[in-house]
Write a protein that binds this ligand. Sequence first.
Ligand code: HEC
Ligand code: HEC
Length: 225
Amino acid sequence: MSQSFRRLAATLLASFVSAACFAEEAPAAPSPGQTQFIMNCSACHQATGLGLIGMAPSIRNPDFLSLADDAFIKETVLKGRAGTLMVPRPDLEGENLDMIVAWLREAATGPVTVDKTKEYPAGDAAKGAELFKTNCASCHGATGGGYMASTPELPLQGTGIGLPGFIHSVSDDYIIQTLKTGRTGTPMKKFIGAAEGDPAITEIEALDIIAYLRSLTPKPEQAAE
Ligand code: HEC
Ligand code: HEC
């Protein structure tokens, strides 16, 4: 599989380079980080890094970059997200990954604001299950399986937020802040403090949803036992 990705990436790179040659005003050559991104990531996240609904999320996105520090992005690449197309790429560790992250970070508009250590009260998983069904399942899937759980009758727009590779690697604050801001340019709208008339949940309800999603799979360290 990874060989065909590489072939696809090489084709994309070739067309990018030839397009650049024929453009009237040739755009600046891609930076090394962007070149690495095009080779390794753009088949899914697109050359802009802004993703494709139903395929891969928008990651050169200021809202995402305000929540994801470099370590989080690198860990996602090195470990992948099990059960999704985001396969682990340990081979990129080091300079190549550093350059990719630096290129993504160019689109950030402010510092990373997630407080991983912030303690929120524990939510109620049973209430969260109901809230998830009403507010989130239409895009993220009945149990948060995301794109991979799509069927022809029900294509899903959202990522796999119920899968262990996501839900056990993010802090409560990461999810709460996602729900307070949404992801500009994607179907993920803000839910906490949403505009009048839009679907809305409270912070307490968000904590219930988080408790529900975390209850779906054992934490990796528990899984070993
Ligand atoms: C074959 C497709 C594919 C390729 C290639 C790919 N990704 Fe992904 N990536 C995905 C999918 C799908 C997800 C969302 C998985 C999910 O449902 O949680 C994702 C998620 C991510 C996330 C987490 C985003 C978020 O909102 O939490 C980051 C960061 C990321 N990818 C970075 C990269 C980088 C950097 C590369 C290149 C080294 C790359 N990806 C290559 C498909 C891909
Ligand atoms: C209209 C469709 C839609 C609905 C409804 C929706 N989401 Fe999303 N959500 C998305 C999409 C699409 C993304 C990925 C955005 C992107 O491309 O970066 C996303 C991303 C997320 C992320 C970030 C995932 C990551 O990998 O960083 C979280 C957390 C999230 N949603 C939680 C929720 C919760 C909780 C609910 C219900 C209260 C909800 N969403 C409802 C479409 C939706």
